[in-house]
Design a protein around this ligand. Structure first.
Ligand code: SAM
Length: 313
């Protein structure tokens, strides 16, 4: 909190000398900044803290003092950053580290995603992606990044733990520019209308509750450009992670695979295409829903995914 306030004080000092008293005074009335400076202030805060204010923040009376503003920033910040303290984030960070150390990390892109981006499945024609932007939400160890680079896309990604970001930065340091940030399905630290593509590959079902699914889909649509496309994979009902899962709600399954660190987590399962349409149609149009079902070789090793694409509404 003090760090945030100090940063704000330094910002204001660049405009005019200020005293201790100015921290709690209305900075407009005290003449510390004018209406043009406010735009600069908002942009500087959003870019430094990698947060996004909304209309409600601007109307909040805390917005007019340095002290109030630092409270507001700290209120917005933890929501994105507290995810790092969850067992989910620590579990994934540890998992990627172990896989890398053992040389078992996935270092190849999803075959289905290759087919979607390089084939003609989406529009009936080959896509020309050079120079377009993609956000990969929950990119894992970045196994899809080489595909994006190969196709000339500008690559951004969010993950839920710094260690995951760091590992990917090291892996891809020689590949080209890479914008990686902490974020979640429900809170993506990017501006509205920003990306041509958003990839969410086996990430959405970690939202256990229906309202998390709804919020995530809205957030995905928010950061996509008006013509932006969502490419999403999520577990289908036969997927091996759901072996022996306990059904605890219409769309909720508790994972019971003892050897998996996700044991005890609750995952969302759409169940059928009608429900997928029901949840996606508020934010996406031109929906296409496919399914990849893979059985190599026994009944407990089935991989089953819904593949969903649509254009921001
Ligand atoms: C099954 S892995 C998929 C990784 C990668 N997309 C892939 O296809 O290889 C799921 C990923 O989702 C991330 N994740 C879990 N909860 C998340 C959330 N609420 N928001 C964004 N990512 C999340 C995890 O850290 C993990 O890397």
């Amino acid at each position: 909190m003090k760090d945030i306030q100090n940063w704000l004080v330094d910002w204001f000092k660049k405009k005019k000398p200020i005293t201790e008293l100015d921290i709690t005074r209305n900075y407009f009335e005290a003449g510390l900044i004018d209406s043009l400076d406010v735009i600069d202030l908002i942009e500087s805060i959003e870019s430094h803290f990698k947060i996004k204010f909304n209309e409600m923040h601007f109307q909040d009376r805390n917005f007019s003092t340095i002290e109030g503003l630092s409270h507001m920033i700290s209120d917005v910040l933890p929501k994105t950053h507290e995810i790092e303290n969850t067992n989910m984030a620590k579990g994934w960070a540890a998992c990627y580290q172990i896989y890398k150390d053992r040389g078992h990390d996935l270092c190849y892109p999803s075959e289905t995603l290759i087919r979607l981006l390089k084939g003609t499945y989406l529009t009936g024609q080959h896509l020309s992606l050079k120079g377009q932007s993609v956000l990969d939400v929950g990119f894992g160890n970045g196994n899809n990044f080489p595909l994006y680079y190969d196709m000339g896309l500008k690559v951004s990604g969010v993950e839920i733990h710094q260690q995951i970001l760091q590992q990917a930065r090291e892996t891809f340091q020689s590949f080209g520019s890479l914008d990686l940030r902490i974020g979640t399905n429900q809170e993506l630290p990017y501006d509205d209308n920003h990306f041509d593509f958003l990839v969410s590959w086996n990430v959405l079902h970690y939202e256990a509750q229906e309202n998390g699914i709804i919020k995530s889909l809205k957030e995905y649509a928010r950061v996509l450009k008006p013509t932006g496309r969502l490419l999403l994979s999520t577990t289908g009902p036969d997927h091996l992670i759901l072996n022996g899962a306990k059904k605890i709600g219409q769309h909720q399954n508790e994972i019971t695979v003892k050897s998996d660190f996700r044991c005890g987590q609750v995952h969302f399962n759409f169940g059928n295409k009608d429900y997928i349409e029901y949840y996606f149609q508020s934010d996406f149009k031109g929906l296409k829903i496919g399914r990849v079902h893979d059985a190599l070789f026994d009944a407990t090793s089935i991989l089953d995914w819904w593949i969903i694409t649509g254009i921001k509404k």
